[in-house]
Design a protein around this ligand. Structure first.
Ligand code: PLP
Length: 279
């Protein structure tokens, strides 16, 4: 039976982030993508005007429907919205023993909060014990751990605190795009090994200046899930996912997706489909 990768995330009507970016990414990479929606957002590159979290039972039922009918090997979680939805998801994850990749989305690209800080604490307590791979950016790593992550030592210490808080957590992919060092970006992957050992590897690439960066985090986490579902280990999924996003960013540099002169458009995932053989 064909494998399915299930994303549990918010809907972005512009197609740049959330569920829409996840499904585009999975399709471009060549895995079957399914989607359970947590929240409907109303947004474009000018901002988020409304967030409507779905009833937690409706989120559970969507997950149940997919799990009952598909061979889901990987679940990718993005925007959750509320602590009640996080609880509903965590109950469904109790009977799921595959990979659970969590991209802890807190802010929209335009800077609006997508999860209240008080909900984050409860969501973290319910969800973290069920996660196998976390994909925070630097601000999310700081929020999740309550620690600063301004340099490599601080980032490592924060990641180690996550590993020591959860036995199931095996990998943390730290997205370096928010670091303030100008010309280069370093994405790092940390691995929790037997005996409490932690190893890491890093990929450094030049910072690509583009207006089409909306949904980059969702795309990287979904690409990691998709490449891992295709086979290979965490390390190869990490490398392939980073290269995939780099390639999309390069292909998106010159295109204008939104009319807002100050707005950020989404990545052009469909270009990856055309050139899939080169990825
Ligand atoms: N999910 C939704 C529904 C969003 O609206 C956003 C950002 O606006 C995200 C996730 C996170 O986007 P990014 O991948 O740019 O971090």
């Amino acid at each position: 039976m064909l494998k399915t990768v299930l994303t549990i995330a918010g809907s972005d009507p512009t197609g740049g982030a959330g569920i829409q970016a996840d499904i585009k990414t999975m399709t471009a990479i060549g895995v079957y993508g399914a989607a359970a929606i947590t929240c409907i957002t109303v947004q474009n590159s000018f901002g988020v005007s409304r967030v409507e979290p779905l009833h937690p039972a409706l989120v559970s039922e969507q997950i149940e429907a997919v799990l009952a009918d598909h061979q889901v090997t990987h679940i990718k979680i993005g925007m959750i919205g509320t602590a009640a939805i996080a609880r509903a998801i965590s109950l469904k994850l109790q009977v799921f023993d595959g990979e659970v990749i969590f991209d802890p989305v807190l802010l929209s690209t335009t800077g609006q909060q997508l999860m209240a800080p008080e909900d984050l604490d409860r969501a973290r307590a319910d969800l973290l014990p069920k996660i196998t791979v976390l994909t925070p950016n630097l601000p999310e790593l700081e929020k999740l751990t309550g620690m600063t992550a301004h340099n490599q030592d601080e980032i490592s210490a924060a990641v180690c605190s996550l590993f020591s808080g959860s036995k199931r957590l095996k990998g943390v992919l730290v997205k370096g795009g928010h670091a303030k060092n100008g010309t280069v970006v370093t994405d790092s992957m940390y691995y929790s090994l037997a005996g409490g050992k932690v190893e890491s590897e890093a990929l450094t690439h030049s910072f690509l200046k583009t207006v089409n960066s909306h949904g980059t985090g969702c795309t990287l986490a979904s690409a990691f899930a998709a490449f891992h579902a295709l086979g290979g280990d965490y390390s190869s999924a990490f490398r392939q996912a980073v290269f995939f996003v780099q390639k999309l960013l390069r292909q998106s540099v010159t295109a204008r997706v939104v009319s807002n002169p100050k707005g950020k458009g989404g990545l052009l995932h469909h270009l990856a489909c055309e050139k899939n053989s080169e990825l």
